[in-house]
Write a protein that binds this ligand. Structure first.
Ligand code: AHR
Length: 541
């Protein structure tokens, strides 16, 4: 199985989007707005055209030692009354397995540059302070072997971040040898004594995290030198990963947004890469960008009105502009798109839930977050030539999570449901769609009212994802298909009673997908999108 994000040749992407941020009136509104009724939207899909592969790695997750992300969220320990397998909770594993999570980034985040892997292996674990997230005691009971067991249980793959900020190249080099050596070295024997004689597969390696800030406040030039050194010495010795598609891909720290500080960062790293010598290389450049408006986060995750709804969605679609600006710089140094842009931290970052520990980044997850997830996944799909991996922050109990737990209880969030609905897009081939998004207005904010992407899977099924941003008006959709004769169409739609509807431990199914009603007539599909909704339709030939 090829599961790396290495670039493989694709048909050139043609006539990409006319949705988000695009000029209106491409296909035309097919019924004019009357009173408050919204016009129907015509979507044209030419299934004979194709673009890039939508890499399954775009649906990656991020799990940091932060708040209840790992402890309680994943790890309860083998003696817990919560059902578990070797200390890892069974309910969470089952839920994540169903998401086919392609990769999990670990152990941080800022924590990665405070992490010393030796404290988390062997029978005697050295407790430390977690200085980044609340100054709590980090027991290190969840370490390398427990993480690898966890991703094995959910059927995922490892994306480790080595410590560049407070660690040395030797520490990173030894962690990699401990993980991957097949020959009888001291570190291989230690790993075997700790229960895993076979080398682990480490497909993705992050060289630090945000080393421009919590990872050591480095200048781009200083980080570039660190990158060269760490990339050189972080070797993967697993015989199965020596070369080709299975080799370990190295991801450099990239920008943290879209302003001049960040475009300069991208420029310095890409220029350094272009001038590289044989002794080092990289395969990806990370990008971090949260839907936050500004730090410190002050928007509430629940109990908000339409003003906040519109402001946050406006911030979410900024991702498109940010990716576009960094991609343009990368194109200058890497026109062949060898280096992937890896959006390994994205998602909504709100004010901490009242009563929660502020350093734990606990927040609720509403239908608005479902829209944020779908808008981001659509943006990534449209940039799939360059953006080939992404990790939502974070997997469980932290920021825009998939899963929330309260001791033994677990609920799935609206964001989880969107990731599940988008499963058919993993490794599918992008198909261009054209439409006039129209507008949704609230106060002085104007947003595209609709977003849509299309893709074809290996079986020939055509998939459409449709997002109605407007929280007040349904959208009638008439889709015309060219190069494809539809036989049947089915799908799911996710909406909610209110713009801030959430799932709770008492009412866990307020925001869940329901079957969508689609009519197929000749080469036309018609359906109505509920206000504030995400819909995914599969059209079989
Ligand atoms: O996801 C929370 C934090 O956000 C991460 O630790 C850090 O990389 C980023 O600033």
């Amino acid at each position: 199985m090829i599961s790396s994000f290495l670039r493989r040749p694709t048909a050139p992407t043609v006539a990409l989007v006319t949705g988000l941020l695009a000029a209106p009136a491409v296909i035309g509104v097919i019924a004019q707005e009357r009173g408050t009724a919204a016009p129907a939207v015509a979507i044209a899909v030419d299934a004979s055209k194709s673009g890039a592969k939508i890499d399954r790695n775009l649906f990656g997750q991020f799990a940091e030692h932060l708040g209840k992300g790992i402890y309680e969220g994943v790890w309860v320990g083998p003696d817990s009354p919560i059902p578990n397998t070797r200390g890892i909770r069974n309910d969470v594993v089952a839920a994540l397995k169903a998401l086919k999570v392609p990769n999990v980034r670990w152990p941080g985040g800022c924590f990665a540059d405070d992490y010393h892997w030796r404290k988390g292996v062997g029978p005697d674990r050295a407790a430390q302070i977690n200085p980044d997230w609340g100054g709590v005691v980090e027991p290190n009971t969840f370490g390398t072997h427990e993480f690898m067991d966890f991703i094995g249980q959910i059927g995922s793959r490892a994306y480790l971040s080595v410590n560049v900020g407070s660690g040395a190249p030797q520490e990173a080099a030894e962690w990699l040898e401990y993980l991957t050596a097949a020959q009888p070295t001291a570190l291989q024997k230690e790993r075997a004594a700790n229960g895993h004689p076979e080398p682990y597969v480490i497909p993705y390696l992050g060289i630090g995290n945000e080393n421009w800030d919590c990872g050591g406040n480095m200048t781009p030039e200083y980080y570039l030198q660190q990158l060269k050194t760490f990339a050189r010495y972080s070797r993967n010795f697993n015989p199965a990963q020596r070369e080709g598609d299975q080799r370990m891909l190295k991801i450099a720290v990239g920008p943290g947004g879209g302003g001049p500080r960040w475009t300069e960062w991208t420029d310095v790293i890409m220029k350094g890469w272009k001038a590289r010598q044989w002794s080092w290389d990289m395969d990806g450049l990370s990008l971090h960008n949260y839907t936050v408006v500004r730090f410190p986060p002050k928007f509430a995750s629940v109990g908000f009105g339409e003003g906040d709804y519109a402001t946050i969605l406006q911030a979410a679609i900024e991702m498109d502009r940010i990716i576009t600006s960094h991609s343009a710089i990368m194109d200058r140094y890497d026109p062949e798109k060898k280096i992937a842009l890896v959006v390994d931290e994205w998602g909504a970052w709100y004010a901490p839930l009242p009563g929660s520990t502020p350093g734990f980044l606990a927040q609720q997850n509403s239908v608005r977050d479902a829209l944020i997830a779908s808008l981001h996944l659509n943006i990534f799909a449209r940039h799939a030539e360059r953006v080939r991996m992404a990790n939502i922050a974070q997997m469980i109990n932290v920021l825009q999570a998939m899963i929330l737990t309260d001791e033994a209880k677990m609920i799935l969030t609206p964001t989880y449901h969107v990731f599940k609905m988008y499963l058919p897009f993993q490794d599918a081939t992008f198909v261009p769609v054209s439409f006039d998004a129209g507008t949704y207005r609230h106060g002085d904010i104007t947003l595209p009212r609709l977003d849509a992407i299309g893709a074809k899977d290996a079986s020939g099924t055509l998939w459409l994802a449709l997002t109605n941003v407007d929280p007040n008006r349904p959208a009638e959709i008439v889709t015309t298909l060219a190069g494809f004769t539809p036989r049947a169409a089915t799908g799911e739609t996710l909406t909610a009673p209110a713009i801030d509807s959430v799932n709770t431990f008492e009412a866990p199914t307020t925001v869940v997908p329901k079957p969508a009603q689609v009519k197929v007539e000749g080469n036309r599909l018609t359906l109505t999108l509920a206000p504030k909704s995400v819909t995914v339709i599969g059209v079989r030939p």
